[in-house]
Ligand binder design. Sequence first.
Ligand SMILES: O=c1ccn([C@@H]2O[C@H](COP(=O)(O)OP(=O)(O)O[C@H]3OC[C@@H](O)[C@H](O)[C@H]3O)[C@@H](O)[C@H]2O)c(=O)[nH]1
Length: 448
Amino acid sequence: MLRQTLKFRKTISFLCVLSLLILIYLIITKSNSEHGRTHYKIAEEKRDITFRGFNIFPKDEYNNINKMNLQSSNEVTSDDTKHELAEAKNRIQELEKKIAILEGRMPQKYPEVKFLGYKERRRILVTGGAGFVGSHLVDILMMKGHEVIVVDNFFTGRKRNVEHWFGHRNFEMIHHDIVNPLYVEADEIYHLASPASPPHYMQNPVKTIKTNTLGTINMLGLARRVGARILIASTSEVYGDPLVHPQPESYWGHVNPIGPRACYDEGKRVAETLAYSYAKQEKVDVRVARIFNTYGPRMHVSDGRVVSNFIMQALQNLTITVYGNGKQTRSFCYVSDLVDGLLGLMASSYTLPVNIGNPVEHTIEEFAMIIKNLVPGCRSTVATGAAVEDDPQRRRPDIAVAEAHLHWKPKVSLQEGLQRTIDYFKEELSRTTLYNNQTYVDMKVNHH
Ligand SMILES: O=c1ccn([C@@H]2O[C@H](COP(=O)(O)OP(=O)(O)O[C@H]3OC[C@@H](O)[C@H](O)[C@H]3O)[C@@H](O)[C@H]2O)c(=O)[nH]1
């Protein structure tokens, strides 16, 4: 009995030891396999990072991980994996090249901006701020250290004209059509929004008149609400086909109210009327600039006005197209001079309309020859064609008021201004033919 009991105990002890050994064995195997899995997981994650082309690590760390990946793949992976890794590296290299190209296109830093204290710094709204004149004005206001809000519907304006300010803390861009009300805070408003090139405004006369009437009402209403001073961009076209020469501000003009230019001429005349009505009735602080023919860089290659047309034609050895007999005259002001005049007017206490333009007058025929001679090796011929309906025959500003009240007169000679503009259009031409393959000829405006 005793022997049997001892034998039973031995068996029990043996079974216990055996189960203990099995348990230990199981625990060891499990921990090994988990360790292996973790290793594999880490390797997978690293491989995944490089595979997706996220080159976000500092270079050394990135290289180490690549080495580790290669080592581990040498140990555990097949030729397929090696091939995948090589492909991933190629893709990373391609992406790096693309990033470098994109970075090359981005402006590296902003133009230098003056620092203004909060008492001097003004918040300035520029309607049409992405347009030809507006964008040059925006540049100066920004560089002076003000906060600038650009409003544009991009009907004729372009983001490209102001993109060098994108992201700057003093700059804001609003895509908005001022025919609809706008609610922003501003100390000053430059109201420049409107198509200004005859073929453009004639192409959409209703839009042109809405912008100059409803749009101006909205901007004057805004100026009243926020107590801002507002400068309205009017035009020499309020004088129509003038019977007085040169044109002083006191001249009332000679305008056909139902002609093809009326949407612009009369639109701007109403804008002036609205400005002085708001000044009288609502005490809005208004300034009115009558802008004469202006030219310079950032005019669109297909703007359709004489300067851009003649320069583009001369640069491509195409016929220079003079509308009518070419005896009509114009006086051309370089854009930086105009911007100086606008700033001077906004700052002055003079509230009646002021002509801003360059009084140096040329016939259009002469002007064609001036441009042809400024483009080296130009083989263009100058041809006259059908006249444009209601085309003003003589135009030259009397700038006595600007000289007396703003102490302003233009500084840039026609020769110098045209040279800078020709250089700009040369650059534009190479850009359009290189990247777009859509040349000026496709978009040429012809209103013969
Ligand atoms: O290719 C062309 C283009 C224009 N012209 C002529 O050149 C003269 C100037 O024409 P533009 O189109 O440049 O400008 P306009 O003077 O007619 O109107 C301008 O006036 C002042 C501003 O307010 C506006 O920018 C615009 O309305 C006109 O006599 C026109 O018929 C040509 O002979 N050939």
